[in-house]
Design a protein around this ligand. Structure first.
Ligand code: ADP
Ligand code: MG
Length: 257
């Protein structure tokens, strides 16, 4: 295989990643190579370790192994240093400030790259990168409304906008389209395709129709380990994957659910 370095793209390389909760390995010796420009989907049953893997790569739980990004080992960094290194994530439950406006939410998120003395809100006007993020996520017209009034899908897009203003080059999206309407899912997939070109994107997802529409690469996790990786077609053809996970999901795909 061609090394990512030779392809001239950014990448995150994970080797032997293990998260041990008092003897229980929620993530167990995981190897992953995540390349820029691909929508990389992470699937697997509940409890497989998907969220814990992201927690480990974003400094929220201690882990062993290696997670190399631009010649730095993320496992040696604190979570705020990881954000500054260009790694961003969303959470399974939305984390926007409901009382604050869309714009204020973006402004606060963008604060990670501002000097401490330049307080949010105190500055006049809207910085270009915030305007740009608003346009990208399609919330320009709602920028002065409280985030609390946003529809479910729009809140998730605001979270993605918060990653954009943080200048996240690696984005982990934890079940972002869960609970979205079909229309919102389509819009989200298109959004991720647009912004994913220049980023490394990892999407945790259960909806196999969404995976089929947008995945470039699929990694299946089970019991803390990587069970299989490849295109969706390759994954679906894998007997072990069918056994532990896709049995029901595969049926759903055939039925077009
Ligand atoms: P997924 O996101 O794939 O559904 P998780 O990463 O949330 O799975 O959880 C993987 C396993 O690790 C589960 O069995 C869960 O109960 C366990 N787990 C997660 N966080 C902790 C923790 N802080 N302490 C102990 N066990 C945990
Ligand atoms: Mg999870």
């Amino acid at each position: 295989m061609t090394a990512p370095d030779e392809l001239g793209v950014d990448y995150l390389e994970v080797r032997g990643l293990t998260v041990d909760f008092d003897g229980f390995k929620a993530v167990d010796d995981v190897d992953l190579t995540l390349l820029q420009g691909r929508l990389h989907f992470l699937i697997g049953p509940n409890g497989a370790g998907k969220t814990t893997l992201v927690d480990a790569l974003t400094g929220l739980v201690p882990a062993t192994g290696l997670a190399r990004y631009r010649n730095r080992d993320l496992l040696a960094l604190k979570s705020h240093q990881i954000v500054r290194a260009g790694i961003g994530r969303t959470f399974q439950t939305a984390t926007v400030f409901e009382q604050l406006s869309v714009l204020q939410n973006l402004d606060i998120a963008g604060g990670v790259h501002r000097k401490a003395w330049r307080m949010p809100f105190a500055r006049r006007g809207v910085p270009d990168y915030v305007e740009h993020a608003l346009e990208t996520i399609g919330l320009t017209d709602l920028r002065d409304r409280p985030a609390g009034i946003l529809a479910h899908g729009q809140k998730q897009w605001l979270e993605i906008g918060m990653l954009l203003v943080q200048d996240a080059k690696v984005m982990f999206l934890d079940e972002t389209v869960a609970g979205m309407s079909q229309e919102e899912r389509e819009a989200t997939g298109e959004l991720l395709r647009r912004i994913g070109q220049e980023r490394t994107t990892v999407i945790i997802e259960h909806d196999m129709n969404f995976v089929r529409s947008f995945a470039d690469v699929v990694t299946v996790m089970h019991a803390g380990k990587v069970l299989a990786e490849g295109s969706l077609a390759e994954i679906q053809a894998d007997a072990r994957v069918q056994e532990v996970y896709l049995g029901r999901a595969a049926t759903a795909i055939e039925e077009g659910v």
